[in-house]
Design a protein around this ligand. Sequence first.
Ligand SMILES: Nc1ncnc2c1ncn2[C@@H]1O[C@H](COP(=O)(O)OP(=O)(O)OP(=O)(O)O)[C@@H](O)[C@H]1O
Length: 255
Amino acid sequence: MSQTRPSGRQATLVADVAARTEAASKVYGRGGSAVTALDGVTVDFPAGAFTAVMGPSGSGKSTLMHCLAGLDRTTAGKVYLGDVDLGTLDERRLTALRRTRIGFVFQSFNLLPTLSAAENISLPAELAGIRLDAARVDRVIDAVGLRGRSAHRPSQLSGGQQQRVAVARALVTDPDLIVADEPTGNLDSRASGDVLGLLRSAVTDFGRTVVMVTHDPGAAGYADRVVFLADGRIADVMTEPTADRVLDAMKGLTR
Ligand SMILES: Nc1ncnc2c1ncn2[C@@H]1O[C@H](COP(=O)(O)OP(=O)(O)OP(=O)(O)O)[C@@H](O)[C@H]1O
C-alpha cells in the first residue's frame, strides 16, 4: 500500500460532531473475571471527517466501535450520535436508529449469499422502511464501480467486489455515520486500496462521516485523523496521518 498520503483529504475539519463518547467505560464480566475494555474514553468524531481507530490487540477498538454504533452498551458514561444519547433509547429505538442512521462495513463482508448485489444493497434500507428508488441504487452501484455486476450473487464476485457491495449498502441510506471494522482485513493490497478510496471519497465528495478500525498503518493513512487506544484509554490523536507516522506511533504504544 502507498506510503504517501492519498490526495483529496480535507485540509480543515468541520467543527460539527457526528458522534462522541463522554467518559465511556465498558466492563465485561464481574468480580475476579471482570475485564475493563474501555476505561473512561472521551472522544469526538467530527462530521464530514474520516477517523481511523488504532491500537494494540485488546486495546478496546472493537468495543468502542460497537458502543458508538449502538451494537453494545457502555457500562458507564455516555455515547451520542449527533444529539441523541444512545443510553436513553430502548432496544427497539436503538435498532431503528442503527438501521436508519448508521452504515456498517465489516471485515467479513456480511452479504446474503442468495441475493444479488443490488438486493444486498437495498435490503437493509427496505427492512428499515426506507423507500429507495431504482435510480438511487444504480447511482450507488456506479459510484462503487460495479455497473454490470448488480445481478451477480456474492459467490460470483471477488472479495474486493463483495466489499464494494458492502460499502454501497452502507452508503445507500445517506447515514450520519459509517462504521467500518477492519474493512480491508480480508483483501489484497489492490482491493484494499479500492475500498479505502471509496471510503475516502464518501467523506471528501459526499460529506459522509467514517470511523474505521484498522491494524494497517497504510489504511490509516487514508484518514483525516487517527485515534490511538491503549488499555481501553485514548493514548494519542494524530491529524493528517501518514503510514510512516502511524507506524512510529504504534511502535510507541507496544513498547
Ligand atoms: N464479549 C466479551 N466478553 C469478555 N471480554 C471481552 C468481550 N469482548 C471483548 N472483551 C475483552 O475486552 C478487551 C478489549 O477487546 P476489543 O475486542 O475491544 O479489543 P480490540 O482492540 O478490538 O482487539 P483486536 O485488535 O484483537 O480485535 C479485550 O481484553 C477483550 O478480551
